[in-house]
Design a protein. Structure first.
Length: 262
């Protein structure tokens, strides 16, 4: 290995070591090259842009009030469990879009599409599972982690570009990857974590965790009706058998929290 490339790998290795930190909820070591405040600021800009470019339901509509009420309940639990999030600018938006999807961004930006409600006709308990899942993504720092992974790729490509003949093209690609950091899907590991912790958050807010199973069944029925393609919300999630098995394992653990909240 020549000296420039040896130096490059040393720098990348140091970034990996510096950026690793154990999540206090899951215990998993997360790569956090991007700082929390930077992730929050980038997410806020992306969220504002999305709201400006899309149609959203008015807070005065029954659909918005219903989902926002459930979101407020779950967010209140997240704030109690994680006092550091009380300073976040938590926001919820209901987007007028037929996609069966919901999402979360760093700093407490939560969105749901009307297609989720129209296609699945969810109960309040089922909606709480979706909201809990997304709030969990935010609380567990998954957006920050995802941005960090993409940022490391960006840095690696830019540094490699300085030693190659196609440096300009590589750096351009790195910039594109960085732009995609917010919109790229979460990993399946992150989805498992959001499922588990979201179940707990919703239970603490007084919503029946067993609704996660009925919600999953509805989404599977929708997928079958549409030719086997899963709803966008499930596109990166674990498979059906693994998902149901994990939920069946977790639900008894959080039922006492639900009973206490009731």
């Amino acid at each position: 290995m020549n000296t420039p490339h040896r130096g490059l790998y040393a720098v990348l290795l140091s970034l990996l070591l510096i950026g690793c930190a154990a999540n206090p909820v899951t215990g998993r070591s997360q790569f956090m090259l991007v700082g929390e405040q930077q992730a929050i600021e980038q997410s806020a800009l992306a969220f504002d842009q999305m709201v400006e470019q899309a149609q959203t339901r008015s807070p005065n509509t029954p659909e918005y009030r219903r989902v926002a009420r459930i979101a407020d309940d779950v967010i209140a639990v997240a704030k109690r469990q994680h006092p550091e999030t009380q300073s976040w600018d938590w926001r919820f938006e209901l987007f007028d879009d037929p996609a069966v999807n919901a999402f979360a961004m760093a700093g407490g930006k939560i969105g749901m599409f009307t297609g989720f409600i129209d296609a699945l006709d969810p109960t309040d308990d089922e909606l709480a599972q979706v909201i809990g899942h997304e709030v969990a993504h935010a609380v567990l720092g998954h957006s920050q982690e995802k941005m960090s992974i993409v940022m490391s790729q960006q840095l690696g490509l830019a540094m490699l570009g300085t030693f190659g003949e196609r440096g300009a093209q590589m750096q351009s690609l790195a910039a594109q990857v960085g732009h995609l950091a917010i919109t790229l899907p979460y990993s399946r590991t992150m989805e498992y974590e959001a499922d588990a912790y979201g179940l707990e958050l919703a239970a603490r807010a007084g919503y029946d965790p067993r609704a996660a199973l009925s919600l999953w069944q509805k989404m599977q029925q929708l997928a079958q009706a549409e030719g086997g393609a899963p709803p966008e919300f499930l596109s990166t999630h674990p498979g059906q058998e693994n998902r149901i098995a994990e939920l069946n394992r977790l639900i008894p653990q959080v039922m006492p929290l639900y009973e206490q909240a009731r």
